[in-house]
Design a protein around this ligand. Structure first.
Ligand SMILES: C[S@@+](CC[C@H](N)C(=O)[O-])C[C@H]1O[C@@H](n2cnc3c(N)ncnc32)[C@H](O)[C@@H]1O
Length: 211
C-alpha cells in the first residue's frame, strides 16, 4: 500500500489534473501527445485478445472509449483518482465502467482481469506499488502494458524516486527491473513511435505478462 505522505502528494497531482480537465481533449493535444501511446496499447490488446481490461489513470476516458468501440471486450473499466477527469469520462460514454481509485489500490479481486494498461500517467504513481497491484488483479497469462515518460539519458536525469517527488520518469532499465520485481516476464519494450516533430516527448512502452 502507498505510504500516506506519497498518497497526499499524489492527491494534489490528481486534483491539478481535475483543473486542467476542460482543456485536456483539445484535438491537437490529443493527436500529437496522447494518441501515439493509445495506438500502441490498442495494438497490444488486440494481439493478446484481452476480454477483461482496465485502463488505469484513464483521465477523460479517450483510450478506454476506444478500447470499448474498437475491441469490444467483455468488460472495460476506466479508473482514475481525479473527479474532474472522471466527470468528463462519464459524459463521454456509458460503454465503460468508470471507477475512482488509486493505481496502487485497485477495486478488483485477485486475478479478475486479463489486461491492465496505463498511458501517460505511470510517472506519477508509486511505481513498485502500482506494478504489484497490477500483478495481483491479473489472471495468470494476463497482459500489462505501461506507456509513460521515460528518460533517454538516465545519467542526466534527476536522481532516484523519493516520496517528495510528484513524478519520476523511469529509464528503460528501471522499468525492466520494476516489471521483473513485480513478477512480470517482459515481452516488449520500445520507444513510442511518434511523428518526428513530437519526438521531443521521450516516452516508452513496456509490455509484460504474468506467468
Ligand atoms: C496525463 S493524464 C493521462 C490520462 C490518460 N491515461 C491518457 O492517456 O490520456 C494523467 C492522469 O493520471 C491520473 N493519476 C495520477 N496519479 C494517479 C494515481 N496514483 N492513481 C490513479 N490515477 C492517477 C490523473 O488524475 C490524470 O487523470
Amino acid at each position: 500500500m502507498t505510504a500516506p505522505s506519497r498518497r497526499g502528494l499524489n492527491d494534489a497531482v490528481t486534483r491539478l489534473w481535475g483543473l486542467v480537465a476542460p482543456a485536456y481533449d483539445l484535438p491537437f493535444l490529443q493527436r500529437w501527445v496522447y494518441r501515439p501511446p493509445h495506438d500502441e496499447v490498442i495494438a497490444q490488446l488486440r494481439a493478446h485478445a484481452a476480454r477483461k481490461v482496465a485502463d488505469i489513470a484513464c483521465g477523460t476516458g479517450i483510450l478506454s472509449d476506444r478500447i470499448a468501440r474498437e475491441l469490444q471486450p467483455d468488460a472495460i473499466y476506466g479508473v482514475d483518482m481525479s473527479d474532474g477527469m472522471l466527470a468528463r469520462a462519464r459524459a463521454r460514454t456509458d460503454r465503460v465502467q468508470w471507477l475512482r481509485a488509486p493505481a496502487e489500490q485497485l477495486p478488483f479481486d485477485d486475478g479478475a482481469l486479463d489486461a491492465v494498461v496505463t498511458t501517460s500517467a505511470f510517472h506519477f504513481f508509486d511505481q513498485p506499488a502500482a506494478l504489484r497491484e497490477f500483478h495481483r488483479v491479473l489472471a495468470p497469462g494476463g497482459l500489462v502494458a505501461v506507456a509513460a515518460l521515460s528518460a533517454r539519458q538516465p545519467l542526466l536525469q534527476a536522481p532516484s524516486v523519493n516520496r517528495w517527488k510528484p513524478q519520476h520518469n523511469a529509464s528503460p532499465g528501471e522499468m525492466r527491473a520494476l516489471f521483473e520485481g513485480a513478477g512480470f516476464a517482459i515481452s516488449d519494450q520500445h520507444r513510442i513511435r511518434r511523428p518526428v516533430w513530437t519526438q521531443v516527448i521521450s516516452d516508452l512502452i513496456t509490455v509484460g505478462t504474468k506467468s
